[in-house]
Design a binder for this molecule. Structure first.
Ligand code: FE2
Length: 405
């Protein structure tokens, strides 16, 4: 097992040596040296990120803490050893190591998209664009003792090329990210820009083209800009897709998804979860329903066979700012539990809400136009519970349980 710790400082490698001091409670601490990276204006791809939105990101350090014992509590603090030998320390923090793949224990996964950031004092409002972001953040912090891992599945900070807003976001979520794994998916507001290699040619990233997100948050991708990856966590396997790069049959990403979904031993890891930012499955959000596709064009035709063949339990999406859940579905028909995939939109993390189509399609079981976040709870290999909780007070709007014999 390993965990990564990533942080930002003003110390370049010629000024100080970055490291993490860590260990189990009561044991002698060890030091893990950190890698240091940064990025310049020239690595961004357009406006405003390269001009009025530019802000020097400082230095981004990542240390790998390896050979962890599953589910044990560890303490750590970041340090910078200056050239004169003095060490500048961060505050002491702690985390619990993840369960090993296949481990049966209580595993609680929080998942949402499109959260963004907001200002507690009302200052510096940018179109009041993510009004519930602080509610969601605060609700997650209140429930942190009952949370093992978090997935923020795209549209992360909505900095949109104004890079100082990344600092605001990282500070807002620091109580969460310093304590539990904070996993990402890539969204249009991180990645998209014309002629930059994104599948869509919109300008939603404001010229960032994914560089700040990919540099500031570590996820186990093989290539940094191909933001797809596989992650094992106890009884779960997560296959995280990158909806901003092509997923269709014949692409590198399609092969990856086929491998990720197909290579898991379901006897040990029964719960198979697919994640993408844009809705590649089912949504009756007005935006999708309006053009009659109920998903990104071509997405479902490309991927539905994979979900079916590999018996994917649940697929999660963001991008539309609302909550929706389908029946276990295949080719728009509801099937018995275990024979189709349940598609869940959890895009209500904080950014302004979106409408639904007037009529709910037959596969749509629950629709809620309010801010919230999802939570999966698995305690054994036979049942998986899901809840959609309201951001403002944690009230449970909707829940369902998947059962396996
Ligand atoms: Fe989005």
């Amino acid at each position: 097992m390993q965990m990564t710790v990533t942080w930002t400082s003003g110390y370049g490698i010629s000024e100080a040596h970055p490291f993490v001091e860590w260990g189990m409670k009561g044991s002698h601490p060890v030091h893990a040296a950190a890698d240091t990276v940064t990025f310049g204006r020239e690595s961004l791809c357009g406006e405003p990120a390269r001009s009025v939105g530019w802000r020097d990101p400082g230095f981004i350090h990542t240390a790998f803490l390896k050979n962890l014992s599953p589910e044990k509590e560890y303490y750590y603090k970041i340090g910078h050893r200056l050239r004169n030998g003095q060490v500048i320390w961060g505050k002491p923090k702690s985390f619990r190591a993840p369960p090993y793949p296949g481990q049966k224990s209580l595993q609680r996964v929080v998942i949402f998209g499109d959260m963004g950031k907001d200002e507690r004092d009302g200052s510096n409002e940018y179109q009041n664009y993510q009004p519930a972001s602080l509610n969601t953040t605060d609700a997650l912090i209140r429930d942190l003792d009952n949370t093992d891992i978090v997935f923020h599945i795209g549209d992360i900070s909505y900095a949109n090329g104004y890079l100082s807003q990344w600092d605001q976001f990282t500070q807002q979520v620091e109580p969460i990210t310093s304590r539990v794994p904070y996993m990402m998916a890539s969204g249009n507001h991180e990645r998209d820009f014309p002629n930059s290699g994104s599948l869509y040619n919109g300008t939603d990233s404001g010229g960032e083209c994914g560089v700040p997100a990919e540099t500031m948050y570590y996820v186990p991708t093989e290539k940094r800009d191909n933001y797809w990856y596989s992650m094992d966590y106890g009884m779960f396997r997560f296959c995280v897709a990158d909806s901003e790069h092509d997923w269709r049959e014949g692409t590198e990403q399609y092969s990856f998804l086929d491998r990720c979904l197909g290579s898991v031993d379901r006897a040990r890891q029964p719960w198979l979860v697919f994640i993408a930012h844009r809705v590649l499955g089912y949504s009756s959000g007005f935006f999708y329903g309006f053009d009659g596709t109920f998903a990104e064009p071509m997405a479902r035709q490309s991927l539905e066979g994979l979900w079916r063949r590999h018996r994917v339990d649940v697929a999660f999406y963001g991008h539309v700012h609302q909550y929706e859940r389908t029946c276990p579905v295949y080719e728009e028909r509801c099937l018995p539990d275990g024979h189709g995939t349940v598609h869940v939109v959890v895009g209500g993390g904080g950014s302004h809400l979106s409408n639904f189509t007037a009529e709910a399609p037959p596969w749509s079981v629950y629709r809620q136009m309010d801010y919230g976040f999802g939570k999966l709870t698995a305690s054994d290999a036979r049942s998986l519970q899901f809840e959609y909780r309201r951001s403002s007070d944690g009230k449970v709007y909707d829940s369902f349980t998947l059962r396996r014999d």
